[in-house]
Design a protein around this ligand. Structure first.
Ligand code: SF4
Ligand code: SF4
Length: 325
């Protein structure tokens, strides 16, 4: 049997998704036996020009992790789309923008000011800011252009499948790779390596649907290790999040921590944060608007909490609706 051609690319992300592939341990060796890796910047020394010279569709599968933050990310997204038969948005950043997508609360200028002018660890007396083109005695230098917003992969190119998670759980990665190798894939556009239920459906913490007058962050309360987090006033995104990180779930059950929502919106949910807001509204123990406001005000950083992984793909997307990239 001819070996598959596999590309793995890391755009605007942290590298954890590449580590999730390495964490498949001996499966990585199996991947090496069944596939020729044509691009994997974290592990191999292939050049972009090699991909550019390939015929369209020459790569069987591309696992693309990270969002699109700059012109290099966009170039590779378009290039790998053209060259790949199957393009998989791998991990929360490619799927929904991920944690780097929270930068969409700020403009490019605000980010540059913070990083290159105001940060306490920066020493930049001449206020040199990155720019795509620079003239130096040796010649012209170019670096990728930094965009005003971070985009999930599907906002730039057509995506065949989504493999969620931050990072995707290793058993799900193994199962998804097996399905790809066997050609045993669902219809285009599906979320693979995950469940068709909400996390609450697969969570084994007993849930009594208690009403809440006070919300806590996990370090502010000695919580019951068995009971549902939301019942104890600890924000847990299980009602709005797709299950599939493990059964039992790896955070709420195996790690005794509330769900942060990295597997993205539950099936048939478009906007994870909005869905969670509606779940939250149903547990607040008050009908008095003033009291409801004071209970909600206890929630630290609502946007960062409800849209930790999905802001860039949400209805909010970025801070000002009239902005262009
Ligand atoms: S999804 Fe998570 S692990 Fe993967 S690149 Fe993004 S931040 Fe890193
Ligand atoms: S809210 Fe969280 S802790 Fe409670 S049942 Fe759902 S996933 Fe489990």
């Amino acid at each position: 049997m001819a070996k598959l051609k596999l590309a793995i690319y890391w755009a605007a992300g942290c590298g954890g998704c590449d580590v999730a592939i390495l964490d498949t341990k001996e499966k990585v060796l199996e991947i090496g036996q069944i596939a020729d890796i044509v691009l994997w910047p974290i592990a191999t020394d292939h050049k972009y020009e090699e991909i550019e010279k390939m015929a369209d569709g020459a790569i069987d599968v591309c696992l693309f992790n990270g969002g699109v933050r700059n012109s290099e990310n966009e170039h590779l997204a378009r290039l790998l789309r053209a060259k790949s038969k199957i393009l998989v948005a791998f991990g929360a950043c490619a799927h929904l923008g991920g944690i780097p997508g929270l930068v969409n609360l700020f403009t490019k200028e605000e980010v540059f000011n913070c990083v290159f002018r105001e940060s306490q660890s920066i020493d930049n007396p001449n206020e040199v800011f990155p720019k795509p083109q620079s003239s130096v005695p040796e010649g012209e230098l170019s670096i990728p252009e930094f965009y005003n917003t971070l985009l999930p992969l599907k906002a730039v190119v057509d995506v065949d499948y989504y493999l969620p998670g931050c990072s995707p759980a290793v058993p799900q990665v193994v199962a998804a790779i097996d399905a790809i190798v066997k050609g045993d894939l669902p219809p285009k556009g599906a979320v693979i390596g995950a469940s068709e239920k909400t996390l609450c459906d697969e969570c084994t913490r007993p849930k009594e649907d208690r009403k809440i007058k006070k919300f806590y962050r996990p370090h502010e309360i000695i919580f019951d290790n068995k009971q549902c987090f939301l019942d104890q006033g600890i924000i847990c995104l299980g009602p709005a999040t797709r299950a599939g990180c493990g059964n039992p779930p790896r955070c709420t059950v195996l790690s005794n921590m509330p769900c942060r929502g990295c597997y993205g919106p539950a099936p048939k949910v478009h906007d994870q944060g909005a869905k969670f807001l509606s779940a939250l509204a149903s547990v607040i123990d008050s009908n008095d608007p003033a009291e409801i406001n004071s209970i909600i005000a206890q929630i630290a950083d609502p946007v960062g909490t409800f849209y930790r992984f999905g802001l860039a793909a949400s209805y909010l997307r970025w801070k000002r609706s009239n902005e262009k990239n």
